[in-house]
Design a protein around this ligand. Sequence first.
Ligand code: BGC
Length: 747
Amino acid sequence: MKKSVFQITGIVLVALLNFNFCHAQKKTIDQRVDSVLKLMTLDEKIGQLNQYNDDWNATGPVTLDSTKKQQVLKGQVGSLLNCVGTRRTRAWQQIAMQSRLKIPLLFGQDIIHGYKTTFPIPLAEACSWDMDAIQLSARTAATEASAAGINWTFAPMVDIARDPRWGRVMEGAGEDPYLGSAIASARVKGFQGNKLGDINSLMACAKHFAAYGAAIGGRDYNAVDMSDRLLWEVYLPPFKAALDAGAATFMNSFNDLNGVPATGNKYLQRDILKGKWNFKGFVVSDWGSVGEMINHGNVANEYEAALSAITAGSDMDMESRCYKNNLAQLVKDKKVPVALIDDAVKRILLKKFELGLFDDPYKFCNTAREEAALNNPAHTQLAREMAAKSIVLLKNEKNILPLSKNTKTIAFIGPLVKAVKQNKGFWDVEVPGVDSNFIVSQWEGLQNKIAAVTTLLYAKGCEIEGDDKSGFAEAVEAAKKSDVVILSMGERRDMSGEAKSRSNINIPGVQEDLLKELLATGKPVVVLINAGRPLVFNYTADHAPAILYTWWLGSEAGNAIADVLFGDYNPSAKLPISFPYSVGQIPIYYSHFNTGRPATNDSNRNYNSSYNDLSVFPRYEFGYGLSYTSFQYSNLQLSKKKINSHEQIAVTCAITNTGNYAGEETVQLYIRDKVGSIVRPVKELKDFKKIKLAAGETKTVSFLINKEKLSFYNEQLQWVAEPGDFELMIGASSRDIRWKSAFELVK
Ligand code: BGC
């Protein structure tokens, strides 16, 4: 039988490719990438830059595309997202293995806070200030997801967020660049593990590059207008930290930055990320964001959108199809040099090689391994511990908490008590074949905990939203019969998250009215607030004797809440974001400038920078969080009071647990540069240490201050430490400063 020229060429190519793969050992990965690239047609190259959604689970407008399979067969797709489970991923990979060059697919998924085992939402985890625990949470998620066919997570989201109206505050680490950078690094290390290529390593993706969290008015996808200095000083550091931790990929963002959409932003992607920072991985667009540049009004059509994005450095097009439909023509028209496409393809192939997919395209598709990883009791235990570490004790009058295990009757009231799935929060993963049975509701958690002597009463009281008070009477009856009342209230899990911005962030519905009636019974009431963002709850904050901010804690929510309520875990979490009194204060953050007419307290509002009708301070400040015990700070010492830029100061401070419970304290170090060529914030977090102390125990914490900690971006955007006076503050929060001192930096 005669073979066509095409068939013969194909056979030779595949032979060459196999030869290349077989000699892999002797070649560097770069050489292997080059040898694959040499074999690729322009169409196949463009294919690698193309990412499609599988047929469900969309987080954006889905394009129905019945030719997807054909395109994979032709090598016209580089990656799929929202395709989970070994069976499904294997089936797609098998199709890719029938393509001419057999280049394996990448499988990306939003593994934001766990896969099957759901951990607390990222903002909640950030409250732990515990980098080891946060890393372990990401590691556990990676262990499960990589066993379920996935090799790439679209996480961590490292966007600084200072506006709780923005629904995506839940997905990041809060308002501060120092804490945000530490967490970005921990999460990248957790997802990627020791190295890409390990069987349980997931590629991380630092997103959304950049400044997405500063959307005007807190409205998702909105424009961002900010100075370059603010960008460098506040919004970029967590990205740089993610990069330094080895993040394999970046995702750009939906917003424009100063008039240029991030997806077509050369300054962000080529100049900063791939230029100054020398990033070797690849950049994926956000969902459809290449095509959305037309709506921004920055390009006229998809042809121009593709040109703008590829030129600016976006390597992979998630779902817009602008690359697929236009890049070949752009090359033909000599608008896009093939070298530009080659660069993007090489970056993607490099990661496929590093993951080991060329050696074994099915390495993440082992069903027995998946089964074991998704049923690992150790993961459940880790999720419970992480959840307990994420709960913030906001108020505890007369030490109502922890509850006694001998309490006779507890009334557990509220619309979230028996909720199951709500506890997962936004950005959970629908795992095929797994129902919600394993999620521990708050009711179940308390039942698991209470002793035989305790009776647990229940009343729903009201819904989360709406004005129906018909359930109040039953709730009040239950309260009256009890020794203590626990009221679980908050927002719905899908009230925060992507596209979930809100102009009103009060506790919804009649929930605070219910609290009022419960308090009127005279019984002690402990309030649990479940939310994905800082809510406004002034009535509760003023009147409830005890408040735990429980966020969304994941599949072990109920058990972790019970652990904290009964003192089996002593709360240690501290807020990574300021809580406002009112939306009118937003944006509100601790590291603000002093202004020429600073407001120093709320009693003097005379021609100073305050509100006439509201406090200028937050309801709960950055770094705030109580414990069942108390800590005393003493004996602050500085090894020197004057340093030059090559020297450093050792700072020590003794912390004593003065209460009756063992506990953990996060000691925070803030610095203020008294005089700067650019105005400096009133304080900036520059270090922190979380320590564990037995009752009565004292430990000394130490910090080092060096030039790096005193540096900032000057007017020329140079990173400099200017000689002069500095203030040093050690505190239990950004407001609760326990010790102050001063030092000088000399030339
Ligand atoms: C989000 C990204 C996410 C992507 C894929 C987008 O809408 O902004 O953060 O990774 O969808 O689900």
